[in-house]
Design a protein around this ligand. Structure first.
Ligand code: DGL
Length: 274
């Protein structure tokens, strides 16, 4: 059981920022990664639809042998983490509770900004989770629709990118937030711009760090941590276009030869190798 993979999913390449953290913190773990690019971006979609996608993907990953599930998407975590944690008999990890805990611990003035997708903002999940831990916190949530396309289209180095980021971040800084949560797993790919613009005015919280720390201690408690020191063979799936997945698996994870398969949920429950 210990050597079985962790199933990780997101709408696209965002969850790779969580895989990166898994690879650095618990390097013996093997990852099965599912990018639901056929339905990306999730941000503008209704929450009920996101729940349906998450249930199907989770089922796929469990059938592929996952010993645990990591919902590496804030919007899906906001919608379905409680349900999956109740219904599955394997551990389930999501982004929002660890991200909220990290932000509540980091703020000094109690003013916290959350950059996220429209859907995550609409769900109110971060506000609830943060004020649940710190009732007097002021949580200002900003939906940033252009951010995911910038990342998926490989434009993070483009000169327009910094200005786009500034348009959404600046109003939060003007509201005197001292902590900014990257409430979408795509946003750490924009972290350089965000840090640069925030300077020393705000601490930047990437929920992936706390999520993977929680994952490590829970797997350890359950005696589910992988121990095999051989290089794990991570596997990647995409339900639609896999161009940016292939690019970032190579460039960000340093795995140019990792297998990337395409999956058609409609037709088959087996992944079809390219
Ligand atoms: N990366 C996802 C998240 O953390 C969603 C991005 C999208 O809108 O597709 O919320």
């Amino acid at each position: 059981m210990r050597e079985r993979p962790i199933g990780v999913f997101d709408s696209g390449v965002g969850g790779l920022t969580v895989v990166r953290e898994i690879m650095s913190r618990i390097p013996c773990e093997t990852v099965l990664y599912y990018a639901d690019t056929a339905h990306m971006p999730y941000g503008p979609r209704p929450l009920a639809e996101i729940e349906g996608f998450a249930l199907e993907i989770t089922d796929f990953l469990i059938r592929k042998g996952a010993k645990a599930i990591c919902i590496a998407c804030n919007m899906s975590s906001a919608v379905v983490l409680d349900r999956l944690s109740r219904e599955l008999d394997i551990p389930v990890f999501g982004m929002v509770p660890p991200g909220a805990a990290a932000a509540a611990g980091a703020t000094r003035n109690g003013r916290i900004g959350v950059l996220a997708t429209e859907g995550t903002v609409k769900s109110g999940a971060y506000r609830r989770a943060i004020t649940g831990l710190k009732p007097d916190a002021v949580v200002l949530e900003t939906a940033c629709p252009p951010f995911v396309p910038l990342v998926e289209n490989g434009l993070t180095g483009d000169p327009c990118c910094r200005d786009t980021v500034a348009t959404f971040l600046q109003p939060l800084l003007e509201e005197d937030v001292d902590t900014v949560v990257l409430g979408c797993t795509h946003y750490p790919f924009l972290e350089e711009h965000i840090r640069d613009l925030a300077g020393d005015r705000a601490v930047i919280v990437d929920p992936a760090r706390r999520t993977v720390a929680v994952m490590q201690s829970r797997l350890e408690r359950l005696d589910l941590l992988a121990e095999n020191a051989d290089m794990p063979q991570h596997t990647f799936y995409a339900s639609g276009d896999d161009t940016s997945l292939r690019r970032l698996v190579a460039a960000e994870l340093g795995l140019p030869d990792a297998p990337v398969y395409s999956v058609d949920m409609e037709k088959t429950d087996a992944a079809v190798a390219r």
